[in-house]
Design a protein around this ligand. Structure first.
Ligand code: HEM
Length: 460
């Protein structure tokens, strides 16, 4: 909103970054601003002003669905240029949000994970085949690239019955490259210098988004050609399922938006989560040992076990490792809330109806509620006792309320299984003395993270 339409709120520091501009890593830049200016600040960037918040007390208020709902930030509005009214980017009051949500929910009930389990395991085996070959040649793997291969193949096979075959190619699938450029285009657009010429980037974006749409058409055509209308995976529900109450189905334009949304949201963040978890295990031999012990208890010395659906629920420590990795580096690092009415946040920050507030999740996850050493990786923060003792609003890697992540169980089942299989099978060697650097393409991933592997023997 224009600055003069806003009531004065001297309580909130205004930080103008127009001089230096938006960094290549806007989340890490905003984290730095929060460290300097505190857990609530307004960032000015040319003509845009935006409120960022990261303390537990204020996020607790923002999570109140009677006062706030999901907000579509400027950046998400740019994502809408290629994901349209798909679930992630739909406005709350767009009828297609509730309709698609109701139709697709059954695909994410806990029982559905049992259906996806075999596809997830099949792709986990692709990772291990590829890593075995690398290990035999003494070569390191690029963790983030391979985790992206694995999560793309998994959502493709489990959700759409479509095989991207990412391990069968030397370079990432072109879908990934076009998607990353589209995400970066949306992320950087806010930082454009007013009046500068961006036609080259915009043309590249048009080409990339047209390519993404062509992949969507290929995925849909493969299913339509098969003539199979009985499949009740995500694509089957999108193409055929009727709304449980009014019996309507999704229209063709919305189906395309949902396919693109799920192909992106269904893999990009899970891949970063696995990469951060592997990074922290590499640097924390005690946690790695505990994770290995847990997997060994289930699968003994068998280097090629056949994990059951039930096994995954028993991998409690492995799950804690993933939760802690998502605490330090929530891969979808911000979400935006919108005031339903004029209100006073924290009794001191006046907000107009419709005004947007962005939660900076990595800083919420470093709130004093997390103790004296929030930068330390410590999976014990997620024992059931520790979780019960903490406010649920201190941890929001999957967002909040009715617009929270629909794919949370999917991501956690997939990631827990793969992580346990990897620690069971390999010793991890930090041959490159890797120092964490984080790349941002709207989501967060470790950059240039090379890992060397040695197959474990029963003695390890
Ligand atoms: C929404 C994070 C995995 C599909 C969200 C939101 C967050 C998030 C923070 C809320 C965004 C907002 O409020 O603006 C994550 C993380 C994941 C993950 C950290 C992995 C570790 C997945 C997977 C799928 C998925 C595997 C699909 C299979 C979606 C969809 C929405 C969403 C469709 C929009 C829901 C709605 O508004 O109705 N996710 N996600 N996500 N996520 Fe995820």
């Amino acid at each position: 909103i224009p600055a003069d339409a806003r009531p004065a709120d001297d309580a909130v520091p205004l930080v103008d970054i127009s001089g230096g501009g938006l960094a290549e890593t806007p989340v890490q830049q905003a984290m730095e601003l929060a460290r300097v200016h505190g857990p609530v600040f307004r960032r000015r960037l040319n003509e845009h002003e935006h409120l960022f918040v990261s303390s537990l007390d204020l996020v607790t208020e923002l999570a109140d669905e009677t006062r706030f709902s999901k907000g579509i930030s400027k950046t998400l509005d740019y994502v809408r240029e290629f994901a349209g009214d798909g679930l992630f980017t739909a406005y709350n009051d767009e009828p297609n949000w509730a309709k698609a949500h109701d139709i697709l929910m059954p695909a994410f009930a806990l029982g559905s994970m049992r259906t996806y389990h075999p596809a997830m395991l099949r792709v986990a085996r692709r990772v291990m085949d590829s890593w075995d070959r690398r290990a035999a040649r003494g070569e390191a793997v690029d963790v983030a690239d391979d985790m992206t291969r694995m999560t793309l193949d998994t959502i493709g096979l489990a959700g759409f019955g479509f095989d991207f075959d990412s391990f069968g190619r030397a370079t990432p699938h072109p879908f990934v490259e076009a998607m990353v450029r589209c995400l970066e285009w949306s992320m950087k657009r806010l930082g454009r210098t007013p009046g500068a010429d961006h036609s080259e980037q915009d043309q590249e974006f048009e080409r990339d988004s047209a390519y993404l749409a062509s992949v969507v058409d290929e995925v849909i055509a493969a299913r339509t050609k098969s003539g199979d209308t009985s499949v009740d995976d995500l694509l089957g529900l999108m193409l055929g399922a009727a709304h449980p109450e009014d019996g309507t189905t999704l229209d063709a334009a919305n189906i395309r938006n949902q396919v693109i949304t799920f192909l992106i949201a269904g893999h990009e963040t899970t891949s970063g989560t696995l990469s951060f978890a592997l990074y922290h295990l590499l640097k924390d031999p005690t946690a790695l040992r505990l994770a290995q012990r847990e997997a060994d208890e289930l699968w003994g010395d068998n280097p090629d076990p056949d994990p059951t659906f039930e096994d995954i629920g028993k991998l409690r420590f492995t799950r804690q490792v993933l939760s802690e990795a998502l605490r330090l580096w929530p891969t979808a690092a911000a979400f935006t809330r919108q005031a339903r009415e004029d209100t006073l946040l924290g009794g001191r920050v006046p907000l107009r109806a419709g005004e947007l507030v962005t939660v900076l999740t990595p800083m919420l996850h470093r709130d004093p509620a997390w103790g004296d050493n929030p930068e330390l990786f410590d999976p014990a923060r997620f024992t059931p006792e520790a979780e019960a003792a903490r406010s649920p609003h201190a941890y929001k890697p999957f967002g909040t309320g009715e617009r929270a992540c629909i794919g949370r169980q999917f991501a956690l089942h997939e990631a827990t299984m793969l992580l346990a299989l990897l620690v069971h099978r390999y010793r991890f060697v930090d041959s490159a003395h890797y120092q964490l650097r984080i790349k941002e393409s709207l989501t967060l991933k470790p950059h240039g993270f090379a890992l060397s592997l040695i197959p474990r023997t029963p003695a390890d």
